[in-house]
Design a protein around this ligand. Sequence first.
Ligand code: C5P
Length: 245
Amino acid sequence: MKALTPAQRLIVALDINPTQTVSYSAAIKSIYALAEKLAPSGVVVKVNSVLRYAGISMLKDLYDIGLYTFADLKLCDIPNTLINDGWFLTECQPDMITVMCSAGVEAMHALKQILGDQTEVLGVTVLTSLNENQCLIIHGSKPTDTFQKLAIMAKEAKIDGLILSPQELGFLPYNNHLSLICPGIRPAWSMVKGDDQRRVMTPREAIARGAERIVVGRPITQHPDPIEAVAMTIAEINQGLTDRA
Ligand code: C5P
């Protein structure tokens, strides 16, 4: 595991709903404004929907602001297409990128081969919004069994890490050599209206149980003071690291 600062263990999902701003360009501006505010803290920022709208050159702009960038594109396609995705992405060199493990070993491996050591390729296992029944319908097995199957595929593909629910942290089917990154994080102080996340945990507990990094979106972006929310989350990360020791 790399030596990460507590701030580098926090990945802030810059998810903005464009209908809650006056225009699409205002939504993009508000993302850059938040990114600029967050830059001094040393956290990583994650973008997905806006990246699909604004284009991958946005990653260069975020890098220029001084941020580690995470392109959560959740790529899922045939190997040849992921190779093309990989080449386009090498232009912008994101620090991290996601691929769906369900794309298969060959496709994940092909993407990693193109992106090389500059970009961590992370395999998404079971979405944290799925409950057990939904997972059974989609994957034909329970979340833990599905997670284990997909985690084995990620290892075979020789990618760098896994995106997993904190609830699956204890179920890794091999000695860990992959980076473990958990979304589905809800600090005790957070209130997310109409929350869609199902398999969740607090920052402290997820870090204590072995998450290397955590992804937090709305608890920070919807907080009246996102910088204070970042500081509170980093404090919880520190507590989780102490619990581990
Ligand atoms: O707002 P919230 O904290 O739920 O944001 C979680 C972020 O992590 C979102 O950007 C979502 O797309 C992403 N994510 C997830 N579950 C996964 C993979 C990614 O919630 N399995």
